[in-house]
Write a protein that binds this ligand. Structure first.
Ligand SMILES: Nc1ncnc2c1ncn2[C@@H]1O[C@H](COP(=O)(O)OP(=O)(O)OP(=O)(O)O)[C@@H](O)[C@H]1O
Ligand SMILES: O=C(O)C1=C[C@@H](O)[C@@H](O)[C@H](O)C1
Ligand SMILES: [Mg+2]
Length: 171
């Protein structure tokens, strides 16, 4: 069993997948995304899980996917935007290096407001994103060891995270 080098959290559009892939490549480690693990386990895409089975089933799959990946992924791990809603997931994250990609509402709307594939954002994406950001900001802050601005260029975010990982390792 091997722990992740770091775990990325943040709202939809923060760049967990984009930055996570680039960070993993820079570090020469594997990248894993809990959303992709859920799709593989369920055998269908996330919007289909929400429609066919409901959000509660999705969240149960997510708690299991995150716990499994935290226990056995020696690379960079990106969590789905809502994974921190689960108290048991936040408790598990206490023992890991967690990076919060912090994003403002306008940038979140411009990045994901009109993209498909995010079932929670189907109607009124701006109002929903505002609700999600307000609800989750304290939860992301609670689990984070490092907070980086998700509005920077991906390469700069990767550099900031690498620097922070070095500092944490030296402590
Ligand atoms: N630092 C960045 N600068 C500019 N655009 C970015 C940046 N990070 C991500 N993006 C863009 O924002 C969109 C969302 O990025 P991404 O899918 O990586 O976010 P996410 O945090 O994984 O979202 P989700 O929680 O829905 O999985 C993509 O179109 C991506 O290209
Ligand atoms: O913010 C959320 O609650 C979600 C974000 C995505 O990563 C997916 O996990 C799913 O669409 C739910
Ligand atoms: Mg993603």
């Amino acid at each position: 069993m091997t722990r992740p080098v770091c775990v990325l959290v943040g709202p939809p559009g923060a760049g967990k997948t984009t930055v996570g892939l680039a960070l993993a490549e820079a570090l020469g480690v594997a990248f894993r995304d809990s959303d992709a693990d859920i799709v593989a386990e369920a055998g269908k895409e996330i919007p289909e899980i929400f429609v066919d089975d409901g959000e509660d089933v999705f969240r149960a799959l997510e708690r299991k996917a995150v716990a499994d990946a935290l226990a056995d992924h020696p690379g960079v791990l990106a969590l789905g935007g809502g994974a921190v809603l689960a108290e048991e997931t936040r408790a598990l994250l206490m023992g890991h290096v967690v990076v919060y990609l912090e994003l403002d509402l306008s940038t979140a709307v411009s990045r994901v407001g009109l993209q498909g594939g995010r079932p929670l954002l189907l109607s009124n994406p701006r109002a929903t994103l505002k609700f999600l950001l307000d609800q989750r900001r304290p939860l992301y802050e609670e689990v984070a060891d490092v907070i980086v601005p998700a509005t920077a260029a991906p390469g700069d975010i990767v550099a900031m995270i690498r620097e922070a990982l070095k500092e944490l390792a030296a402590q």
